[in-house]
Design a binder for this molecule. Sequence first.
Ligand code: NAD
Ligand code: MG
Length: 386
Amino acid sequence: MKNIVILGSTGSIGTNTLDIVDRFPEEFRVIGLTAGSNDDKLEAQIRRFCPTFAALASEAAAEKLRGRCSDLPVKIFAGQEGVARVAQSPDAELVISAIVGGAGLLPTLAAIRAGKQIALANKEPMVMAGALMQAEAKKHDVRIFPIDSEHSAIFQSLEGHRREDVKRVILTASGGPLWNFSREQLQDVGPERALQHPNWKMGAKITIDSATLMNKGLEVIEARWLFDIPETQIEVLVHRESIIHSLVEYRDRSVIAQLGLPDMRTPISYAMRYPERMPLDLPSLDLTEIATLTFFKPDHDRFPCLQLGYDALRIGGTMPATMNAANEVAVDAFLQNGIRFLDIPEIIRSTMEAHTPRPIAGLDDALEADRWAREKAESLVHALTR
Ligand code: NAD
Ligand code: MG
């Protein structure tokens, strides 16, 4: 029996995680659940999984939830601090980090500092402050298990091999819902179309990131810190079918990859039960049915965000946090029909160009860059929508 906390339990990763708990009730005990503002969904989850603690980032929603759960023994916290408190629940052994965006940085770091093992879906904190997170993990004897499908694939492909034998890692990218669009077509794409991902059903923010290829930019940086590998050894390959989840090439030119039908429950369960593999009752991969796997080089002209990710990583310091914050603001504005699809990379680029990077010595440096970049990006959005 493993005691778990889920940060972001009402989201796409959160509900997939609870689906695994549902299938294996004798394996996991849910100690804590947290979400942003969805009190309806969190109440239903509390009634189903009976956690000791819960939290909502929205104070108003937390107050409502308290009233509605007054018949239950659950203790409900509010605000960002409340979420961080649940992340440190005394009995918890494993924290599933599945909040979307930079909002996950403080609670995930709090969990690490409390010595909890981490199953990490929330990639943005690794982008903002990867070196810091890894240093804290080392200090508190914490392992960070990747949930992101590409990173789970790399993690699995590295198992049993010597790190010095690695030549490069190759992250696969589906190319997202707009891969076949011309630049002209991309001009006029609205949120509804950009949200139709061919292979994965995910939250809105990561689906737009997938459409711009910023998701892969974020994942290159995530890989840098998860596996302590320099960016010169990280490559990206567009693979439309999302069957090969990523690959590692070794110096004898042998390539090890991990394959499977796209279903996040496979990498989630591996991160939750490592090194054990759970008997998941899911369809098997039938390669004769798939028949063809296709591969392309990324197109930096139509999708400039991937290169911005590499640039931010190379520049280092506060630049990745700046890029991430500008992206969050731009994606939000696009989802609200405030800006056009191709404005997203322009806002990120302009924010990065206006930023003077500084080293990240502590958490405050990352948070300050995040705050600065949000303000800058918002002013750029404002100028476009005036
Ligand atoms: P989602 O939007 O479906 O869910 C996000 C969760 O975070 C929700 O529970 C929401 O209530 C909570 N939340 C939002 N804002 C918050 C705040 N300010 N404070 C506290 N909680 C807040 O997102 P998702 O698709 O589940 O993605 C979660 C993370 O996992 C992202 O970082 C994403 O990049 C990563 N990821 C997701 C997938 C996927 O298949 N969905 C795959 C790989 C990686
Ligand atoms: Mg991924």
